[in-house]
Write a protein that binds this ligand. Sequence first.
Ligand SMILES: O=C(O)CCC(=O)C(=O)O
Ligand SMILES: [Fe+2]
Length: 317
Amino acid sequence: MGLFYCAYRRLNKPTAVRILRTAGLSTQSHHLTSESPYVRAFGSPNAEKLKGKDGDFLYFPDFFSQAEQETLLKLALWKLDRVDSRRRRRRRRKESTEPPQGPSVGSNNLQCMFDPSSDYGFEDGHFDSVITRYRESLITAFPNPSTIGAPSYSSILKRVYDLLPQSAGSELARDLYYDKVLPEGSPEISPALDQPFEQPLQTSTHALHLAPDGYILPHVDNVDASGTVIIGVSLGADRILRLEEATQDGPQLKIAHKGWDVLLNSGSLYIQKDSIRYEYAHSILPYGDESVWNNTQLVPGHRVSLMVRDIKPEVAS
Ligand SMILES: O=C(O)CCC(=O)C(=O)O
Ligand SMILES: [Fe+2]
């Protein structure tokens, strides 16, 4: 990884996005139906349908600091690389013969932490798959920060998990927290961090790496596999999330081609739940003609998302 490039790239965020960013870390949230530089209508959305449900989609553009983004990305890439055999092969070869590589594409935040696309074992997606050119892994155990060369990250994750609603599974989650995030006696955990979650619950956490030429077609996450809340953390290149009204017609998902687009920048977090989770399809647009914001094309680049979902009580028990 070329850290020099990281510092350099930070100064070169694309103008369209840079002008939208506030100066520092902020927990200001944006809704779909109120005016925001990060949200635009797509088609002619029915805002009435979301009346009183503002909280069903929340967007925090600056949820994580630059340092926190780097730590989370290290964690995600560490896990993704462990399950990517192509990546492991490439890495061994590179370590023995080549100096560290600079960025391959784009000028977005964190691109310096990625290698060229050809070094990764991206899946092409199957004929019925909604996602193309990606790597994915469930994160079930959290490594000791020293293993991934990162500072303690439990408090960063805690801020994410604390956004999930309380559930009957809080005891189990507390155990998971101690076992996986804070191994007993872990020397780098300060007493202040060594506290149980206030609002824990059973969760699943996925890391999803989308190649610059990857994209996700409209879909509703499997309603049998997880609960009512989906949290998405964005790390890396800017992408557009599209939310469109959708209805299930037997096995067919009918898309109404109206809803909202949300500009997802690095360090942002979104929450979709209830009406948005079930009555809208979501997609990540490909780069190119569709990925234009304020008349400026988004610069293609790698993006990793951390997807946190609550586990349905009947699945968890
Ligand atoms: O990367 C994202 O923000 C969305 C991912 C997604 O839709 C999924 O994993 O089901
Ligand atoms: Fe999804």
